[in-house]
Design a binder for this molecule. Structure first.
Ligand SMILES: [Zn+2]
Length: 180
């Protein structure tokens, strides 16, 4: 059995501190022409994964911040020969925007217990906004996880607004995406 001791949920001041770092990742995404979402995966007070959206850079629609961070945690486990199940069961995800349906399903499959997020994801949210993947009774799809939203939500929304304003049809042609 692991290293003793179960999962300890973070206290309020810890959540705020980690969200600060996630927001700086989101700002970096914006500066690089990506949907401004940033996230961290924290295991026992240590950052094992740190991601921002990389969809445009990689031309791969699945490279959301959460997926980037998941890959880093897997690599961390691999390098240390750690059991990924044991690790993910004690990871807290901090993300500036509510995880989408795809990412919420991935978090279930990894048995991540807790997600702390900023603003809601009205277009694709998988933790209540569009579907409730986090809580639904999906017996073949991992375990439900707890969500705590609203951390630095205004700043997270402002970043998204800035991004989508730059992407509007009046933007220079090179910035308009050709495909849906
Ligand atoms: Zn996603």
């Amino acid at each position: 059995m692991g290293e003793g001791g179960g999962f300890r949920p973070p206290e309020q001041h810890e959540r705020e501190q980690w969200m600060e770092t996630a927001l700086s990742m989101a700002k970096e995404a914006l500066e690089n022409g990506e949907v401004p979402v940033g996230c961290l995966m924290v295991y026992r007070n240590e950052i094992l994964g740190q991601g921002r959206n990389e969809v445009n850079e990689t031309k791969n629609a699945t490279r959301h911040a959460e997926m980037v961070a998941i890959d880093q945690v897997l690599e961390w486990c691999h390098q240390r020969d750690r059991d990924q199940k044991e690790v993910f069961e004690q990871v807290v995800l901090y993300v500036t925007v509510e995880p989408c349906i795809m990412c919420a399903a991935a978090l279930r499959l990894l048995n991540i217990p807790l997600v702390v997020y900023g603003c809601e994801n009205e277009r694709f949210g998988g933790c209540g906004s569009v579907l409730n993947i986090s809580k639904d009774d999906l017996q073949q799809t991992g375990t439900p996880f707890q969500c705590i939203g609203g951390y630095r939500a205004n700043e997270a929304v402002e970043l998204l607004k800035t991004f989508y304003k730059a992407e509007n049809p009046n933007a220079p042609k090179s910035k308009v995406r050709k495909k849906q």
